[in-house]
Ligand binder design. Structure first.
Ligand SMILES: [Zn+2]
Length: 390
């Protein structure tokens, strides 16, 4: 061995062994903020007509996916006290999807309603980037800016994985950090403005999980993305799209400019129904459906993605179906229908026109995507969904 080779760091050595990735690309869509089957895939009641009437026939639909550790254990012959069942909520569902494992997550900040969870097993992004030579900006999470805890669902604390294999995040939260840094770097900024911007940046950073604060740097490709965003939308943050339509916009620009191989979009607006107004929920489903149509059309017309992409659409959690509740459509009480979701896979390597009625688990999505993309997911617990793999 030449002397120079001995100097190679372990990370570079690992990278040298990594294979080039040829696809399929994956767009994982969190049909999120909590959506029931009834308003999504039920042809009688769906507000998501593109998904229900057109897309479902193009792939494999798991009509009976559940979020339920008690059931999962029972299938392995173990009895679990229902009180110990996993939570049905947004951050949790997102993690079950990308970690492939049910867990009762605990917030480590101790703040009210805070969801700073520790990820102990690798995310899909880390498995993927450790197996293939893929730069961080080609693994993306698209997030709502009001969920800063989810900004760091891009890497775990697992010894063999972690930061070296992280994904990048696109969110207005990240754009603002970029913007404030750019403004502060301007030597002509007045003292008054400098104070204002410094304070705004501090307020933003304060929302981050303290354990992750030192890892808030994004790579050069992402900074170029934000420069371009800023040139288009300016500095006010008022003229871009809002809510889930903004996430679609970020995702479309991400696809065009960064060419991600694996992208997760965390739609979230259904959750406005916590205020009790049903139309907030059904409108949000329509907006997601429109977003999905835009994404599918983009992929169909783009040479890089066409015929080489898989979509997976799956809710984070369902919602209660008790119409007599004071505030209907909640999801924090572990009711049956808050555990009932679905998953639709379609695209390269996925059988068409298949409907699976048997119960399957949300945590099986991770191993399925790993198998479709050709990498091992050794810490996932649910086996891959064979019906989604041709
Ligand atoms: Zn919620």
């Amino acid at each position: 061995m030449a002397a120079g080779m001995l100097a190679t760091t372990p990370l570079l050595a690992k990278q040298a062994e990594k294979k080039e990735y040829g696809g399929p690309n994956v767009v994982l869509i969190r049909f999120g903020g909590g959506a029931r089957r009834r308003e999504s895939i039920d042809p009688q009641h769906s507000y998501s007509r593109f998904l229900c009437n057109e897309l479902a026939a193009r792939g494999t639909l798991f009509k009976n996916m559940i979020v339920d550790l008690v059931d999962f254990k029972a299938r392995a012959g173990e009895k679990l006290d229902p009180k110990l069942n996993v939570d049905t909520s947004h951050a949790q569902g997102t993690l079950y999807l990308i970690l492939g494992k049910y867990e009762k997550f605990k917030d480590r900040s101790g703040k009210f309603l805070s969801e700073n969870f520790e990820l102990k097993v690798p995310t899909l992004f880390e498995y993927f980037r450790s197996a293939y030579d893929v730069p961080p900006e080609q693994t993306l999470i698209i997030n709502n800016e009001n969920r800063p805890a989810e900004e760091y669902f891009t890497f775990s604390n697992h010894m063999r994985f972690g930061l070296d294999y992280k994904a990048e995040t696109l969110s207005l939260f990240r754009f603002k950090l970029h913007l404030y840094d750019q403004q502060l770097a301007n030597p002509n900024l007045s003292d008054v403005e400098r104070k204002k911007v410094t304070k705004a940046k501090q307020d933003l950073v304060k929302q981050l999980d303290p354990a992750q604060k030192n890892h808030d740097q994004q790579g050069p490709a992402i900074h170029r993305f934000w420069d371009d965003w800023r040139a288009y939308y300016g500095d006010t943050g008022f003229v871009n799209e809002r809510g889930d339509q903004l996430l679609t916009d970020l995702a479309l620009r991400g696809l065009r400019q960064l060419r991600p191989r694996l992208m997760m979009i965390n739609y979230t607006d259904c959750d406005y129904v916590h205020w009790g107004i049903k139309s907030h929920y059904t409108d949000a489903i329509r907006i997601m459906d429109r977003g999905i149509r835009q994404l599918v059309q983009f992929v169909e017309h783009d040479e890089f993605y066409r015929d080489n992409t898989i979509f997976c659409i799956v809710p984070d959690c369902g919602r209660d179906n008790n119409p007599l509740a004071d505030v209907p459509f909640q999801h924090h009480f572990g009711s049956r229908s808050s555990r009932e979701i679905f998953a639709l896979f379609f695209g390269r390597g996925v059988p068409k026109g298949t409907v699976v009625d048997q119960p399957v688990h949300q945590i099986q999505v991770a191993a399925t995507l790993g198998q479709l993309m050709g990498f091992k997911t050794e810490h996932t617990e649910g086996p891959a969904l064979e019906a989604a793999i041709a």
